[in-house]
Design a binder for this molecule. Structure first.
Ligand code: NAP
Length: 241
């Protein structure tokens, strides 16, 4: 088995995921670029390699069981184990999402990717993560998933969104359940908020760069063995659930 630290980043062909891959690649890690579209995936791998990263493509659609299983098999062959999983792939499901008029399909597709996708990929990768000396899992959430902030008058919580925001609340809740089950292992699992980042997800309206958004995921991916688990963090520290 290789000594090199390995990571899989889902949705790494663009946006925040790409910058997480670039940041972990700059540490000398082998970075698996999880992406569903072959052309976009290979373009990202070529760009990361040109920047000096040891990047490899991992075909992965997080909504597909067979794809997640094939991704695990590919990583096992490539690295023998997985040290860090970043569940970054995410979608809004499309706007508007006012709860009184929302199409249930919109809610379903957001949860399918943002929650079921995370559970599916995490469970597919767990056997490989268990082989690592310091496994880390980072779930890309959002402060729009914070019920505390959503119910705080005047807090900055984005547009009314009956699919996207609750999908991140659901993801936060799932993160806590994983942490509870894994508390007596060496696996640290945390949720992260990247801030409001200019990407395709929001029509590039965010005020932060993807590189800035990647920083919290990189920090949680490189936590020391006595680092936190079952928490929710952004650059400023703890985010209230
Ligand atoms: P983005 O630029 O739209 O990137 C999303 C990534 O997810 C893309 O690589 C996309 O791949 C991938 N993806 C979507 N569905 C997928 C699937 N079924 N299988 C595999 N990959 C899939 O958005 P981003 O802003 O970087 O978002 C990254 C994460 O940060 C998301 O979880 C998002 O909710 C979270 N976040 C973002 C912000 C923000 O302000 N941007 C704020 C808070 C949280 P394709 O290219 O194939 O579509």
């Amino acid at each position: 088995m290789t000594e090199q630290t390995s990571a899989l980043i889902t949705g790494a062909n663009k946006g925040i995921g790409y910058e997480i891959a670039a940041g972990l690649g700059a540490l000398g890690w082998a970075v698996g670029v999880g992406a569903r579209d072959e052309e976009r995936r290979e373009a990202a791998v070529v760009k990361l390699r040109a920047a000096g990263a040891d990047a490899f493509g991992v075909p992965l659609d997080v909504t597909d069981d067979a794809s997640a299983a094939a991704a695990a098999a590919l990583i096992e062959e490539h690295a023998g184990r997985l040290d860090v999983l970043i569940n970054n792939a995410g979608i809004t499901g499309g706007m508007p999402q006012t709860p009184t008029t929302v199409d249930l399909r919109t809610v379903f597709v957001a949860v399918e990717t943002n929650v079921f996708g995370v559970i599916r990929v995490t469970n597919a990768m767990l056997p490989l993560l268990r082989r690592s000396a310091s496994p880390r899992i980072v779930n890309m959430s959002s402060t729009v998933g914070s019920l505390t902030l959503q119910s705080t008058p005047g807090a900055e919580t984005g547009p009314i969104a009956a699919a996207y925001s609750p999908s991140k609340t659901f993801l936060n809740a799932v993160t806590v359940q994983y942490a509870k089950e894994l508390h007596d292992t060496n696996i640290l699992i945390n949720a992260a908020c990247p801030g409001y980042v200019a990407t395709d997800l929001n029509g590039f309206r965010g005020h932060r760069t993807p590189e800035q958004g990647a920083a919290i995921a990189i920090r949680l991916a490189t936590l020391p063995n006595d680092g936190p688990t079952g928490g929710f963090f952004d650059d400023a520290g703890i985010v209230p659930w």
